[in-house]
Each structure stands twice: as C-alpha cells, then as structure tokens.
Design a protein around this ligand. Structure first.
Ligand SMILES: C[S@@+](CC[C@H](N)C(=O)[O-])C[C@H]1O[C@@H](n2cnc3c(N)ncnc32)[C@H](O)[C@@H]1O
Length: 243
C-alpha cells in the first residue's frame, strides 16, 4: 500500500536526499543531538544494536565504526536505500514500521536500542515498547532523543499542553519546503508508557549545544543555549522483582 501524505514514509521519501545531506552538518544534529546520544551509549564493541528510524545512516555508520553489530530500521524506502548506500553490507538494514511487529528481531537478542529523533512520528507507542521489551536483553538500555514536549508546545503556540495531537511543521531544505507532521505528547504520558512496559528512566539530559556550533549558526546556538529543544533519555528494564 502506498504511504499517505500524513505518513512519515511519505514525507521522508520526498525529502530523503535533502534531509540526509543536511543532517550531516546541521547544528541540531551534529552539535546537539548526536553528542548527547553518544554520551548516553555504553561501549559498543561486539554489542548488538537495534537502531530505529536510521534516516540516511549517519549514526549507523558511526555505530559500525564502534564495532557494534547493527540492525537499522526505517519506514522510508528512500532512507533505507541511502543507509544501504552509505554502509553497504556492514549492517542489516530493514524497511519496517516500528509501530508494527519487529518480528525480524529475535527475543532477548539486542544489547542496546537507539531511537534518535524518531518516536515523535509514532502515534501509538504501546506496540513499540512491547516489542522493545521483547527484543532487549535484561540489562540493555534504550537511548532516546525526541522532541522536548514543553519546547514543541511553546514553539507551535498550541493552547493545551496536555492534549496529545499532531503538529504540522514546514521545513525549508535546499530552498524547497517540506511538510512534516509529528505527535506532541506529555512527559507524563511518555513515562507512563515506559512504566507499563517495565522500563524506568535512568538518565534524562537537557543538554547544551557544543561550543563549536556558535561560529556555524550563532542564532540557533543562542536559542539552544536558552531553551530546550530535544529531550534525551536512557531507559533500563526494571529488575523483575519490581515488575
Ligand atoms: C528525523 S529523522 C531521524 C534520522 C536519524 N535517526 C537521525 O537522528 O538523524 C526520522 C526518521 O525516522 C523514520 N521513521 C519515522 N517513523 C517511523 C516508523 N514508524 N518506523 C520506522 N522509521 C520511522 C523516518 O523515515 C526518518 O528517517
């Protein structure tokens, strides 16, 4: 079935090349998102990593350099193709929607799950975390970056913070305008879902951008110094005695 224009597969297919190229230099990614994600990751040598929403494969390539055994997943065929082009056969790259089954991943086989800037595109997190609970080994972390719910609510000037709703944004990349839609949900909603699937938040980061970003994009740098933009979390499974 072809994706509809409200599906992430639709708009990520449309802007795949543009997004992938921009994410290699963009301050939000290179000087803010990636350093915080990396700070939350354990040593990865020999570890089985499930990276969901891999985009153009920039992080996938870094994970491979850390000697991780990577399975990378994306809902967009174009993104999957770009990641394959970047890393070849050095990772298993799968076209899949994480809100359906991850049946290509064996139970209790994964050491680390990474969700970099993907969960805000997913309407229903319940099947996602049910599958994360199934595939992750007992001690494995889930490292997440997602929109900071207070920041996106303010940025989009919505009347009700507490309402889960689809926000619509326009991104201009390479002079072209792309419509992107994502879900706003409260912090309490996120934490309730983690708890339902026996995960707890071990670390929460609201980082600052790296200082090198100042000379590249002073305006965005100043904004990120003043206001949160993404939220970074490291989850762990609750010991079974506490479930
Ligand atoms: C903002 S990009 C992030 C890409 C990369 N992780 C990064 O940090 O640069 C979001 C990616 O998530 C993918 N995505 C969105 N919803 C998804 C879903 N339900 N299942 C799998 N991938 C999804 C999109 O196709 C896109 O490549």
């Amino acid at each position: 079935m072809l994706p509809m224009n409200s599906d992430p597969a639709y708009y990520y297919n449309l802007m795949a090349e543009h997004y992938a190229r921009k994410s290699e230099t963009d301050i939000h990614n290179v000087y803010y998102n990636l350093p915080a994600i990396k700070a939350l990751l354990p040593p990865l040598e020999g570890k089985k990593v499930l990276e969901v929403g891999c985009g153009g494969g920039l992080l996938t390539e870094w994970l491979i350099k850390q000697k991780a055994k990577v399975t990378a997943v994306d809902i967009s065929e174009k993104m999957v193709a770009l990641t394959k082009r970047r890393v070849g056969k050095k990772a298993k790259i799968v076209l899949a929607d994480i809100s359906t089954s991850l049946d290509f991943v064996a139970t209790a086989s994964i050491d680390v799950i990474i969700c970099s800037l993907v969960l805000h595109y997913v309407n229903n997190w319940l099947p996602v975390f049910a599958e994360f609970q199934r595939v992750l080994k007992a001690n494995g972390p889930i490292v997440i970056s997602t929109h900071h719910p207070h920041a996106d609510w303010l940025w989009f000037n919505r009347p009700i913070y507490f309402k889960k709703e689809l926000y619509e944004d326009q991104w201009v990349i390479d002079g072209q305008t792309f419509t992107v839609k994502f879900y706003h949900r409260t912090l309490a909603n996120m934490f309730a879902i983690f708890k339902k699937y026996s995960f707890y938040v071990e670390t929460l980061l609201e980082p600052l951008p790296l200082p090198d970003a100042k000379s590249i994009d002073p305006k965005t740098y100043a904004r990120l110094l003043a206001k949160p933009h993404f939220l970074f979390l490291r989850l762990k499974k609750l010991p079974s005695s506490k479930i």
